[in-house]
Design a protein around this ligand. Structure first.
Ligand code: DP6
Length: 361
């Protein structure tokens, strides 16, 4: 290590957007390594909006690893944080900052401590996949600080051990998380299907039905589904493998009708699995259901789908419009039928085109 005593500090910052699954991950075959029961596909959001920014720092004056989330200190003692930190430390390389006269050798990382400060620019744990952006950003910023040589897919396998969906946030565009076959999880990682330019006319609108913390976390919800839902077994073995192939084709061909049909069907099946669990899990509420009916009716009246909907482990609607014109119409309709600050508590955000058109919160 450098001879400059313990006065120095070295930092790295990264920003990572969240992602929304269009073919859902729901169910683990290994809880500790976070290995899924099926492949999943997602779209990564525009980094200007729903994202996490993380700064990591190392200094010989730090006497323990510490982390702050949105300014509040949180514990790093959980297995998920410990797994990520251990995996990253074991791959850390020599780092030299000649300007500052700092040299850290590979072996030094085992005894140096880290301080981590992370900010989400959206509500934490409201079904907006905050853990996805959070763990992806943690792994990416630490990889930068510690000069890891691994590529994005290899880093995704580390982020996966923080939160499954996080592995998909290491890439932009459309991303597939390959479930893998190995028991040690070495082949359970994310790959980019197409980059963010490939289908850039899509506009993603997130209708925040409620920003309250969800009652059943994804982690415990999917555990209950794995233990009790027969539909989950059928979905993982019979339905998703075929759907993933069809979805990849729809994305490659920018075939919106097929994309919308698969996205909506997969969201509905995921929530059917939740209902099929014992006790049943309810993530959507009346407003969510009304949004689904509304979009279905609109798509039917147009003769072909204009908007796809998908819901994660919460009541918020993610609406994907086929282009900006449809997005503008959709936003107008949403504001008319679901006025902000009414009892529906609906705020609408438009993403994917570098502007928030409406934040009625
Ligand atoms: C419904 O990745 O949050 O958003 O791996 O236990 O941290 P853990 O779960 P998490 O689950 C996400 C579930 C989902 C679907 C998806 O993103 O694929």
């Amino acid at each position: 290590m450098t001879e400059k005593g313990d006065k120095w500090i070295l930092m790295a910052t990264a920003q990572t957007p969240t992602n929304i699954a269009v073919i859902k991950y729901w169910g683990k075959r290994d809880e500790n390594l976070i290995l899924p029961v099926n492949d999943s596909i997602s779209v990564t959001l525009d980094p200007d909006h729903l994202c996490t920014t993380t700064t990591v720092a190392v200094s010989p004056s730090f006497d323990q690893d510490r982390m702050w989330l949105n300014g509040k200190e949180i514990s790093l003692s959980g297995g998920r944080y410990q797994n990520c930190l251990r995996e990253i430390r074991s791959r850390a390389c020599d780092v030299e900052d000649k300007e500052k006269g700092i040299k850290i050798e590979k072996k030094d990382w085992e005894k140096l401590h880290l301080h981590i400060a992370s900010y989400n620019n959206f509500p934490t744990a409201a079904g907006l996949a905050s853990s996805a952006a959070g763990f992806a950003c943690l792994v990416f910023s630490l990889a930068k600080l510690m000069n890891l040589k691994e590529n994005q897919s290899q880093l995704s396998a580390i982020a996966r051990q923080g939160s499954g969906s996080a592995c998909r946030s290491l890439f932009g565009g459309f991303v597939k998380w390959i479930m893998g076959k190995e028991d040690n999880g070495s082949d359970s990682l994310a790959v980019q299907l197409v980059d963010e330019e490939h289908w850039n006319e899509l506009v993603i609108i997130i209708a925040v039905v409620s920003s309250r913390q969800k009652e059943t976390s994804s982690t415990s919800g999917m555990r209950e589904s794995v233990q009790t839902s027969l539909l989950l077994q059928h979905r993982a073995k019979e339905i998703v493998p075929k759907r993933v192939v069809q979805m990849e084709k729809a994305i490659q061909n920018r075939d919106f009708p097929s994309f919308a049909q698969l996205t909506c069907a997969d969201s509905n099946q995921f929530h059917a699995v939740c209902l099929d669990s014992s006790p049943p899990i309810f993530y959507m509420n009346d407003t969510s259901h009304r949004i689904i009916s509304y979009v279905e009716k609109w798509n039917r009246s147009e003769g072909s789908p204009q908007v796809a909907y998908t819901f994660d482990a919460g009541p918020n609607a993610v609406l994907i419009a086929r282009n900006r014109k449809v997005a503008a119409q959709l936003l107008q309709k949403l504001l008319f039928f679901f006025p902000p600050n009414s009892d529906t508590d609906l705020n609408s955000y438009v993403l994917g085109d570098n502007s928030i058109l409406q934040d009625a919160g």
